[in-house]
Design a protein around this ligand. Structure first.
Ligand code: SF4
Length: 171
């Protein structure tokens, strides 16, 4: 490769790198605008905010909590696997709802939504409102009941099972 051609290649590579960094920064800024500033990160270190609700007897530590300018917090749950083709599993959605409830209980302000971020970079916003709260509290009540030992899933069994809403093994 001649010197001018090498110089052009280096210039091209530098330009591509600058565009890449700018893209990342723009994406980060867009996310900060929508989800708010970073408040806490767990990422397996145990350093995130541990949230507890005595009223509902649940606790948990969201992977990430962000806070918007309007004072509402957003829980972000990180998943290492890619987003499944048929969307987030029900158990992932219920997990985000639980963090929304915990933030609502501990901060007194309900999050507008939570976020599932998958290993392939895709994100799903999980709405949080009175309907979702009602479903989650129904699941919470069911969790106080003993598991009744149904071992072989079938459409008929699962349709009548109290765990159906959160069970990924349901038929
Ligand atoms: S919903 Fe889940 S727990 Fe209930 S019967 Fe089906 S597989 Fe078993």
């Amino acid at each position: 490769m001649t010197v001018p051609v090498l110089g052009e290649a280096l210039l091209f590579a530098a330009g591509a790198a600058i565009i890449g960094v700018a893209g990342v920064l723009l994406a980060r800024r867009a996310r900060d605008r929508r989800y708010g500033r970073l408040v806490s990160v767990d990422a397996g270190s145990g350093g995130g905010a541990r949230l507890r609700s005595e009223r509902f007897r649940i606790s948990g530590r969201p992977d990430v909590v962000r806070r918007r300018r309007d004072g509402r917090s957003i829980p972000v749950e990180l998943k290492t696997r890619p987003l499944p083709a048929d969307g987030p599993p029900r158990s992932h959605i219920v997990q985000v709802w639980a963090y929304c409830l915990l933030l609502e209980e501990t901060e007194g302000v309900p999050p507008p939504f939570g976020v599932l971020r998958y290993g392939d970079g895709r994100e799903v916003e999980v709405p949080w409102g009175s309907e979702e709260r009602g479903i989650l509290l129904g699941i919470r009540r069911a969790m106080d009941l003993p598991y009744d030992g149904r071992a072989r899933p079938s459409r008929a069994r699962c349709a009548q099972c109290r765990w159906c809403a959160i069970c990924d093994a349901r038929a």
